[in-house]
Design a protein around this ligand. Structure first.
Ligand SMILES: *Cc1c(COP(=O)(O)O)cnc(C)c1O
Length: 486
């Protein structure tokens, strides 16, 4: 396919832009997101021909078909980053648990959560795209724990790029905090804020649209960009592993699979949706949530209503979200730009929107959803640990979906996306096992010994390093703190 262009999900007279532009400046008109106009679809023969490719060859073929227009050498450089994963040939390996359950380990990269799958190559592409630019770029990111470390790792020491990462002080696990605060590179700044993740995300949004702040940056010849999960540069890499896994399991079972995705901002699930549209052997995408179950309600009823909800803290914090950004790209793909704009404006004004019955039926051709309370999450962690299968709390929420699928039809193979390694949430596991409230370090060693499993070097090392980034600020002081550092 020749080069494709990106358009905004909420329409407007915006010109179509390239993948490169959408990646460097991810905000589309009317508050929308940039998205592909068209997705390619493949014949059965083409799909079969993809089944025997290794991961990087598959990636090259898919990106070509998507028409992203990335120069070969740049894509090559990006895919090389999978060398930093446990198995460079298979960055996202599948483990067969039983005849109908395959766990896909998306956490084999440097920071042990699935964010590395996209952010590692994304950092490389971003950096190559601007290598001849006379400008500097400032990338801002807010994190509840996994995006921050993955973004910092990806951009450390990259020329022309500076990264500021804000996180809620006290709102992350020790491992997650140390992954950020011990990382030493001149172009990185990590700032704790007094507040929760919602506060951090709001501060980020305000900064991104603060004209004074942007003008001051422009005087210093610095452009502002963002590496959050609405950036299509990340979504592109999140299509690949769903294609890879569905083909692998289809070849073994000869049956189209269900893909179960523990979801927050819906980026991971969006990748699976695109893979299904392109024709890969996927029956349904199952959305797993925690007690912040807005996505379950939406997919079951067609009503997205946050007017009566407040955010709850759970054991699966990466899914503690009410406004799930990438749902907007689903609306666009199924209902078009005018309807998307109407629905999203209703969400902003009334904190709510409702689909027509026929629209809901369309959504349900692709998605099913369920959610898991904290108590059930702990029981599941324990049950699986007893079988010798050590998973993290987000993955445990996905098990709930698997059990539900089994009770409906026990013949369909399921791929459960495991989004984080147990090492990032060890105290939740020891709690589930009735070992009391331990610190991250104590819990890691206790579990490693009990189950004879190893702790990756990059996690162990954290506890011996100095915390370099110790600054904590109130929200009013954030802009000036950033400007001073620059
Ligand atoms: C980010 C994250 C999720 C949610 O992914 P989305 O793409 O935002 O839906 C789930 N689990 C873990 C461990 C994560 O870090």
């Amino acid at each position: 396919m020749q080069q494709q262009y990106f358009i905004g999900t909420r329409g407007g007279d915006c010109p179509s832009i390239t993948f490169k532009d959408a990646l460097l400046n991810p905000n589309a008109p009317y508050g929308g997101l940039y998205t592909l106009k068209n997705l390619p679809t493949f014949s059965k023969e083409e799909i079969q021909s993809f089944a025997n490719l290794d991961y990087t060859s598959l990636a090259k073929n898919i990106f070509k078909a998507l028409g992203l227009g990335i120069v070969d050498s740049i894509l090559e450089n990006a895919l090389k980053l999978y060398k930093n994963f446990d198995d460079s040939k298979i960055p996202a390996p599948l483990e067969k648990i039983n005849e109908t359950l395959y766990i896909q380990k998306l956490y084999c990269g440097p920071t042990r959560a699935f964010k590395d799958m996209a952010l590692q190559p994304f950092g490389s592409i971003f950096s190559d795209f601007i290598s001849n630019s006379s400008k500097e770029y400032l990338i801002l990111t807010a994190t509840s724990g996994d995006t921050g470390p993955a973004t910092l790792q990806s951009f450390a020491n990259k020329p022309h790029i500076k990264v500021v990462c804000i996180y809620p002080k006290g709102g992350t696990s020790d491992v997650q905090r140390l992954q950020m605060t011990t990382l030493e590179a001149k172009n990185l700044k990590v700032i704790g804020i007094n507040g929760n993740f919602d506060d951090a995300q709001n501060m980020l949004k305000n900064l991104l649209k603060d004209e004074n702040f942007k003008a001051t940056l422009e005087q210093k010849n610095i452009s502002l960009s963002a590496a959050n999960s609405v950036n299509f540069g990340r979504i592109a890499f999140q299509i690949l592993y769903h294609i890879y896994s569905s083909l692998q399991v289809y070849n073994l079972t000869k049956k189209p699979v269900h893909i179960i995705v523990p979801s927050g901002n819906f980026g991971n699930a969006l990748g699976a949706f695109y893979a299904k549209i392109m024709g890969f052997p996927i029956q349904k995408i199952w959305i797993a949530s925690n007690s912040n179950n807005i996505l379950t309600e939406f997919i079951q009823t067609g009503i997205y209503d946050i007017s009566h909800k407040s955010l709850q803290k759970t054991y699966s914090p990466a899914m503690d979200i009410l406004k799930s950004s990438n749902v907007e790209r689903i609306l666009f793909a199924l209902f078009g730009e005018n309807r998307t704009r109407e629905l999203m404006e209703s969400l902003e004004k009334n904190k709510k929107y409702s689909l027509e019955k026929s629209e809901l039926q369309k959504i349900q051709q692709y998605f099913e959803a369920t959610f898991c309370e904290d108590s059930y999450c702990l029981e599941t962690l324990k049950k699986y640990a007893t079988m010798g299968i050590i998973i993290d709390p987000h993955t445990a929420c996905g098990i709930k979906a698997y059990e539900q699928i089994q009770s409906l039809d026990s013949s369909i193979p399921c791929i459960l996306c495991s989004t984080a390694e147990w090492t990032k949430f060890a105290p939740t596991l020891t709690k589930a096992l009735g070992m009391g409230d331990l610190s991250d370090e104590e819990a890691l060693h206790t579990l490693a010994q009990k189950f004879s499993i190893s702790i990756p070097k990059q996690i162990l090392e954290l506890f011996t390093k100095n915390e370099i980034h110790t600054q904590v600020v109130d929200k009013d002081l954030l802009p000036q703190t950033i400007l001073q550092w620059l």
